[in-house]
Design a protein around this ligand. Structure first.
Ligand SMILES: O=C(COP(=O)(O)O)NO
Length: 247
């Protein structure tokens, strides 16, 4: 089964208009592999600005959204508002939303289904903490996180699942290709058993956690790694090399 390679950038709470100009410039220069789907997650305040200056082969994503269309939720943004400014993607359930801002599996699933029902595509993030891996709980944790999503999602065609082990995010301790492949394969087997063969075979499962130009090619060779969600390196010109990892 061939799945279109997907590389997301997650700028997190980084960037100002001057730095955004520099990033957009290296994205324009590329050259970016036309066979790769490229989406960059930008701070909400810059969504429309970045949407208007990105090259057409790069899409813009929000980094979070709430579970209802509008209302008295100070500081939140809704999928409807994200679409209103021309963005089509949102990252949900990132480990920083879970571990810094206390979002749980149920809330993330509610946010995800509302974003999908509003017509957004979703990069849905899962991943275990170091202590969970060291306790042999990796499978149990990522299955539980995925089940919470599967309990709500009926149409997976606009979902990309991002496996991002928390211990690899921002640490420079990238999962080895074997470690990442093992979890991606297990996730695909879980989806086959609990959702469908079709979803298991068609869903893009991407890896995130200290991906760089130096390690992306080896990771990209793994059969169940369909791309990346890149943090720090997405702010740098090496992001182009990561997009082109399979070339
Ligand atoms: O959080 C991440 C990964 O961040 P780093 O690439 O900086 O580890 N992706 O969403």
């Amino acid at each position: 089964m061939s799945r279109k390679f997907f590389v997301g950038g997650n700028w997190k709470m980084n960037g100002d208009k001057a730095q955004i100009e520099q990033i957009v410039q290296f994205l324009k220069t590329g050259p970016l592999d036309p066979a790769v789907e490229v989406v960059v997650g930008v701070p909400a305040v810059y969504l429309e600005h970045v949407k208007n200056i990105l090259p057409s082969n790069v899409k813009v994503s929000a980094q979070n959204s709430y579970k209802v269309p509008k209302g008295a939720f100070t500081g939140e943004i809704s999928p409807a508002q994200i679409k209103d400014v021309g963005a089509d993607w949102v990252i949900l359930g990132h480990s920083e939303r879970r571990n810094v801002f206390g979002e749980n599996d149920v809330l993330i699933a509610e946010k995800t289904i509302h974003a999908l029902e509003t017509g957004l595509s979703v990069i849905a993030c899962i991943g275990e903490k170091l202590e969970e891996r060291e306790a042999g709980q990796t499978e149990a944790v990522v299955y539980q996180q995925t089940k919470a999503l599967a309990d709500k999602i009926t149409d997976w065609s606009n979902v990309v699942l991002a496996y991002e082990p928390v211990w690899a995010i921002g640490t420079g301790k990238t999962a080895t290709p074997q470690q990442a492949q093992e979890v991606h394969k297990q996730l695909r087997e879980w989806l086959k058993a609990n959702v469908s063969e079709k979803v298991a075979q068609t869903l893009r499962i991407i890896y995130g956690g200290s991906v760089t130009a130096a390690n992306c090619k080896e990771l990209a060779k793994e059969p169940d790694i369909d791309g990346f969600l890149v943090g720090g390196a997405s702010l740098k010109p090496e992001f182009v090399e990561i997009v082109n990892a399979r070339q």
